[in-house]
Design a protein around this ligand. Structure first.
Ligand code: FAD
Length: 404
């Protein structure tokens, strides 16, 4: 069964990126369908802090503020980080950023993915311009003539989505926000280039002897990176990215042995690790889509780019896709142009694909440079950290880049 009406934009995937895009577009006057295969588990204050957290940069907070969801997230459970400290196990070089140097009260916030998604989901449910379809799964898509119902905007064609329950939906534009393994990207035949880091990111929340000082810490180890992100309850959320075999060994350790190894790997910067939650682990890879657009189609978020988590930028890049795409579409609409025309979508692709690729390759280069224990490379990176730390404009460049 095909619904009679045509929506402006169908967003497939209501993760953090897709839900933010649907909300942004609806608030700009677009009729939106948001399609999600499974409803997110609700966030509840009484639950333990979820293991999946992200470091949100200033640009992401700006987007969430504009969408009116930041106040509910900030009042629920968000932890400001005011400083960043990066240092290397093999060399004396180190690098530090302070919010105060930027005239800001915080460099960013550590927030549970689940809380961000849940706040966006609730805002979506309150938006009458969003037709939320969940659970629903797209199985096919094709370009069709727009038909008579399309009189409002001059667009000769639209995209038809077919769902696994036999229903269909027409949209002037379909945006895939269905994550790293995007089924839509596959259906459109868009290739993606992968680099399997053969690493896993181990995550856990840990307590330590000393206060975290609202600081995001990152230590580069031979062939591994270790981040401590400050949580509001005084604990830290760790991401320990290590080669697969080493990650398997760390995951198999009993609690006391893991805490002891973690404390040593972190150079006891926050003292001994006194408690740790059970650990989870995620395979790490870089994946970049060859194209971001196709006729009446665009990719955003992890569906378009997956990056190494060492710089904590994955969803921040996705939120920048959201702001750019929503801006490009609404500008075209104000000009009464066909917002889903290829020329318009190409503006989005041009602006975002290069930025995302530069970021992904920079994280990749850092990962490789810091992943080496060859003494010449170690000396070079120590000197590099010290250099960036000492040269104010260079440091400001990196601070602004990290803040988005
Ligand atoms: C260990 C680790 C640490 C990280 N730390 C950070 C950090 O500090 N900062 C940061 O910015 N990023 C970080 N990231 C990256 C960040 O988690 C991702 O970039 C982000 O979750 C991607 O969001 P998304 O909405 O694009 O995709 P997803 O979160 O994958 O959402 C996709 C959505 O689409 C739905 N879906 C999938 N297929 C279909 C379908 N066929 N039909 C309908 N719906 C579908 C899914 O159910 C899901 O809801 C980290 C990642 C890892 C692994």
């Amino acid at each position: 069964m095909t619904s009679r009406r045509i929506c402006d934009v169908a967003v497939v995937g209501a993760g953090m990126v897709g839900a933010a895009l649907a909300l942004d577009l609806a608030r700009r006057g677009f009729e939106v369908a948001l399609i999600e295969s499974r409803a997110p588990a609700p966030w509840r204050a009484e639950d333990e802090v979820d293991l999946r957290v992200v470091a949100l940069a200033a640009s992401s907070i700006g987007l969430l503020e504009r969408l009116d969801v930041w106040p509910s997230i900030a009042s629920a459970r968000a932890s400001a980080y005011r400083r960043m400290r990066v240092w290397d196990a093999l060399t004396p070089g180190s690098l530090g950023f302070d919010a105060a140097d930027e005239g800001a009260s915080a460099l960013g916030y550590i927030v549970e993915n689940k809380l961000i998604q849940s706040a966006l989901w609730q805002a979506v449910e309150r938006q009458s311009a969003i037709d939320l379809r969940c659970p629903a799964r797209v199985v096919a898509t094709e370009i069709v003539a727009a038909g008579a119902a399309d009189a409002r905007v001059a667009s000769p064609e639209s995209r038809l989505l077919s769902f696994d329950d036999g229903t269909q939906l027409k949209a002037r534009l379909v945006v895939a926000a269905d994550g790293a393994d995007s089924a839509l990207r596959g259906l459109l035949g868009i290739a993606a280039h992968d680099r399997d880091y053969a690493q896993r990111g181990i995550v856990a929340h840990v307590s330590h002897e000393r206060a975290h000082e609202a600081t995001a810490w990152q230590r580069f180890l031979p062939r591994a990176t270790l981040a401590f992100l400050p949580l509001a309850d005084g604990r830290s959320s760790i991401v320990w990215s290590a080669p697969n075999a080493e990650a398997a060994r760390l995951l198999a350790l009993d609690d006391a042995a893991f805490r002891a190894e973690l404390g040593a790997a972190f150079d006891f910067r926050l003292g001994a690790i006194t408690a740790a939650t059970p650990r989870a682990a995620f395979p790490l890879r870089m994946r970049l889509a060859d194209r971001y657009i196709a006729p009446r189609f665009a990719l955003v978020g992890d569906a378009a780019h997956v990056v190494h988590p060492l710089a904590g930028q994955g969803v921040n890049l996705g939120f920048r896709d959201v702001a750019e795409l929503a801006g490009v579409l609404s500008e075209a609409r104000e000009r009464k142009a066909d917002f889903a025309a290829e020329t318009n979508l190409r503006r989005y692709e041009r602006r975002r694909r290069s930025d995302n690729a530069i970021s992904a390759r920079a994280f990749d280069a850092i990962q490789r440079g810091f992943g080496s224990d060859a003494s010449a490379i170690a000396a070079l990176r120590g000197a590099g950290l010290a250099l960036v730390d000492r040269i104010a404009p260079l440091k400001r460049f990196f601070a602004h880049r990290a803040a988005g």
